[in-house]
Design a protein around this ligand. Structure first.
Ligand SMILES: [Fe+2]
Length: 244
């Protein structure tokens, strides 16, 4: 399995605090069956790392994993926040795609989704990228009205729900929304959005199994394996646009 959304880099955002925690998270990932993992630090509000700096820190952490005999391949990325000045940061390489791919992990604001949000997502399409919306099931306006993301989905956008939304983290609305999205064919990828080694860990197997109850084993497996692999390899994903 491949995790496209984690905060495993030590000391850069609200994820892993230090190298020891990064290594603990990597061991958890391997034990759960993960082979590749994107490090996707927040592009705003914490240490703003350029794409080059993320790649350098990923390389440094990879050396530590290799030294510790942890068989996990790290890849660089950003969790790109869709706020007004996003494209200024993009121009300065403070936000960018997953690895060298055309896929962008794009996070709407938690309490606000409007035409400007769609405009930014659509500009990414116009620039030749394919946005993956990070955890829509946790975004309050989307919980209130799933049709909000219909234009994005109709354009062929992808969604990533968070594993703990399915396995239970106390957020019943997130769980309810994730399950409704699964039933309606609105989910393409499951990722951990792992921040720590003690909760929201980099593990996907339990969420894959929970999703399988709703969408079947083949589709659930695609959400944690085949589809993320397409992103690693920067190949085209073909999804059927959803109309709610
Ligand atoms: Fe995240």
């Amino acid at each position: 399995m491949i995790d496209i959304h984690t905060h495993i880099l030590p000391g850069v955002d609200d994820g892993a605090r230090d190298l020891a925690e990064s290594l603990a998270m990597a061991r958890q990932a391997v034990a759960d069956g993960l082979t590749h993992l994107f490090a996707t630090p927040h592009h705003r509000d914490y240490t703003s790392l350029s794409r080059l700096e993320v790649s350098q820190r990923v390389a440094q952490l990879q050396v530590e994993l290799d030294k510790s005999g942890i068989p996990l391949t790290l890849l660089p990325g950003h969790e790109v926040r869709l706020y007004d000045d996003m494209f200024d940061d993009w121009a300065n390489d403070l936000a960018g795609p997953l690895g060298e791919s055309r896929y962008v992990l794009a996070e709407p604001l938690f309490h606000h989704y409007d035409k400007r949000t769609d405009a930014m997502l659509f500009e990414l399409f116009d620039r030749g990228y394919l946005p993956i919306m990070a955890h829509p099931e946790r975004i309050r306006p989307i919980q209130d009205n799933l049709a909000l993301i219909e234009p994005f989905l109709a354009r062929g956008g992808l969604t990533q729900i968070t594993a703990t939304s399915l396995t239970g983290n106390g957020d019943w609305r997130g769980k309810q929304t994730a399950e409704t999205m699964l039933r309606n064919g609105m989910v393409h990828i499951i990722a951990s959005d792992a921040h720590h080694s003690y909760h929201r860990t980099p593990t996907l197997a339990a969420a894959r199994d929970a999703a399988a109850v709703i969408v079947g084993q083949e589709q659930a497996a695609a959400m944690v394996s085949a589809r993320p692999l397409v992103i690693v390899n920067n190949e085209p994903v073909t999804v059927t646009p959803v109309f709610i």
